[in-house]
Design a protein around this ligand. Structure first.
Ligand code: HEC
Ligand code: HEC
Ligand code: HEC
Ligand code: HEC
Ligand code: HEC
Ligand code: HEC
Ligand code: HEC
Length: 385
């Protein structure tokens, strides 16, 4: 600790000098005070780097007229998955003994980001290799400045396991609406099918049944409570994956000390997260309805039950595929009816009738929905929840 304080003092002195000489912002002491906010969890070396780089105003201008912000927020960095590795893990070329005097030639923000993203691949070769074959990597190589590099989806200094999902929508919100042209109930589909389940067509898929608390959203594991994995193992008496009865027992156990009823919501997901990098162009995307809406379709052959872990990663426990079609599971899965995929041949027939009939998908879909509502209501009525 003493060492850290000494370092801090040295750093503050260096910074004051730095603020005055290099940045010419000495008149704004508040900016320089930001350095005091360095998190204790950081190594001395990182704290030293952040002594300067946690200043929000730290920036440099580039030959193309852009400004490259040199600010790195200390807190999010320390809490990120990489906080323990040190700045040098991705910036091995920085030599503290000559930095920052020995400035670097940086042409543009994009060029710098492309160079730095190379570092990610050193530790994540699998992700990097798959990303390299993706439509984004191809567009980036063609010079599209908006096509995401690793940092475009995960960020660079605040990487957490949960960063990626929402990011697709950030860049593609307009494209989402376009799905409605051919996909009935596209909003429902976007909720229950991950983007990559259709856009990484070569990846094996599965159904993940995730605990949902209604208005409270996805259920996140609480610190101090019995871990989900432990509860699931206890429920799975024979240790071969949860069957319908065991799943019901698990839910009863979870609901016993939950503030509100917790139920499962199904999502079509990839079996391995890393395969989410194999995103191909739109022509290759899965659009055939029967790749999901068919009895025994590929995604429905593997099932997991999950909860969101404290760090945002899903904690998954295997379940038997039969639970999706089981009457016993209906009350556990009241909101999940991938027509054809999960249920009886009767529903297949409904689906086919809706698609045939010559009335086109939207009209067919309305009929289907109407029929389905009745069916659903009946089930809910007899389910006795
Ligand atoms: C005394 C203040 C100071 C300290 C301490 C400092 N930097 Fe910098 N850093 C700067 C300035 C100023 C620049 C812009 C210099 C330039 O590129 O001309 C910069 C640029 C950078 C850049 C972008 C340009 C490049 O070379 O890639 C990175 C990355 C960087 N620093 C990382 C670090 C790391 C890692 C450490 C700790 C080992 C560190 N810095 C310590 C002030 C500092
Ligand atoms: C997990 C890898 C990783 C770690 C660890 C990391 N950086 Fe970076 N850093 C990057 C990437 C990637 C970029 C390129 C920016 C982008 O793509 O948005 C970058 C860019 C920068 C820049 C240029 C400004 C910017 O944000 O674009 C600075 C300064 C910098 N890093 C400093 C640091 C410091 C200081 C640390 C340690 C506290 C650190 N970095 C730790 C990956 C990392
Ligand atoms: C020095 C090796 C190293 C470098 C370089 C590195 N990472 Fe990591 N990364 C790791 C390790 C180890 C973990 C697992 C940390 C953990 O489990 O808490 C990790 C975790 C991750 C995760 C979360 C994985 C999960 O399980 O959900 C993502 C996303 C990630 N890194 C992306 C990146 C990106 C993007 C870059 C470049 C900006 C990068 N990494 C650079 C070693 C590295
Ligand atoms: C188009 C967005 C996108 C880009 C670009 C991207 N990723 Fe990912 N990444 C994802 C998604 C989606 C996941 C799945 C997990 C999730 O949803 O957060 C993921 C997961 C990961 C994981 C965790 C994998 C696992 O097995 O748990 C790592 C590590 C990772 N990415 C690293 C990288 C690296 C390195 C790059 C650059 C070569 C990169 N990513 C580029 C979207 C992206
Ligand atoms: C930083 C912005 C950004 C993020 C984040 C991003 N994309 Fe993209 N994406 C682009 C750009 C730019 C293109 C190329 C231009 C285009 O074709 O629309 C593209 C192209 C695509 C294409 C090909 C479209 C076509 O016309 O063939 C698909 C599919 C796609 N992205 C899916 C995704 C998915 C899924 C995610 C999340 C895992 C994601 N994107 C994240 C910017 C982004
Ligand atoms: C049910 C499968 C499915 C899901 C889920 C899905 N897509 Fe698509 N997406 C497609 C198909 C098929 C196309 C090609 C449409 C066409 O060419 O008419 C497409 C087209 C696109 C395009 C190209 C632009 C366009 O207007 O055609 C982008 C970008 C895209 N999707 C991104 C996403 C993102 C981001 C998500 C997740 C939020 C997502 N998609 C979810 C199947 C899907
Ligand atoms: C990648 C898998 C996948 C593909 C491809 C797919 N769907 Fe779906 N669809 C689902 C899932 C999962 C649900 C379940 C939603 C629920 O009830 O929770 C669903 C629900 C539906 C529903 C019922 C919506 C509701 O609100 O109850 C209709 C209708 C439907 N899909 C029609 C189609 C049509 C038509 C196509 C082809 C143009 C298609 N789907 C392609 C996975 C898919």
């Amino acid at each position: 600790m003493a060492r850290l304080q000494r370092l801090d003092a040295t750093m503050r002195a260096a910074m004051r000098h730095f603020c005055a000489v290099v940045l010419a912002v000495a008149a704004q002491p508040a900016l320089c005070a930001a350095a005091d906010a360095v998190e204790p969890a950081l190594s001395d070396a990182d704290a030293a780097c952040l002594g300067c780089h946690s200043m929000e105003a730290l920036a440099r201008s580039l030959p193309d007229g852009e400004t490259l912000s040199l600010h790195v927020a200390a807190g999010p960095y320390a809490r990120s998955v990489h906080g323990a590795f040190g700045c040098g893990a991705c910036h091995a070329d920085i030599d503290a003994s000559v930095h920052p005097a020995q400035g670097k030639d940086i042409q543009s923000r994009r060029q710098y980001a492309i160079e730095r993203a190379e570092a990610c691949g050193l530790c994540h070769a699998d992700a990097a290799e798959r990303h390299a074959g993706s439509v984004h990597a191809r567009r980036a190589a063609e010079g599209d400045p908006l096509a995401p590099l690793c940092s475009g989806c995960h960020g660079s200094h605040a990487v957490t396991p949960r960063t990626a999902y929402e990011t697709c929508v950030r860049c593609h919100s307009a494209d989402l609406a376009a799905h409605a042209k051919w996909l009935p109930n596209s909003r429902t589909h976007h909720e229950v099918v991950s983007c990559a389940a259709c856009h990484a067509p070569e990846a094996p898929r599965m159904i993940d049944l995730r605990l949902h608390g209604g208005a409270a959203g996805w259920v996140v594991e609480q610190e101090g409570a019995t871990p989900f994995g432990e509860l699931a193992r206890a429920a799975d008496a024979d240790g071969d994956g949860l069957d319908a009865l065991e799943l019901r027992g698990l839910l009863q156990r979870i609901n016993r000390d939950a503030p509100g009823p917790r139920r499962l919501r199904g999502r079509v997901e990839l079996r391995e997260d890393v395969l989410a990098h194999g995103l191909l162009a739109r022509e290759e995307a899965i659009r055939a309805c029967d790749s999901c809406h068919r009895y025994g379709a590929e995604p429905f052959r593997n099932v997991t039950v999950s909860i969101v872990g404290t760090d945002g990663r899903p904690l998954r426990y295997p379940a038997k595929a039969e639970i999706l079609g089981s009457a016993l599971a209906v009350e556990s899965l009241p909101e999940f009816y991938a027509i054809g995929g999960t249920r009886s041949p009767f529903l297949d027939l409904l689906f086919l009738l809706a698609l045939a009939g010559g009335i086109g998908v939207p009209a067919g879909h309305m009929t289907l929905k109407w029929l389905f509502r009745k069916h659903r209501a009946r089930r809910a009525g007899s389910g006795g929840e």
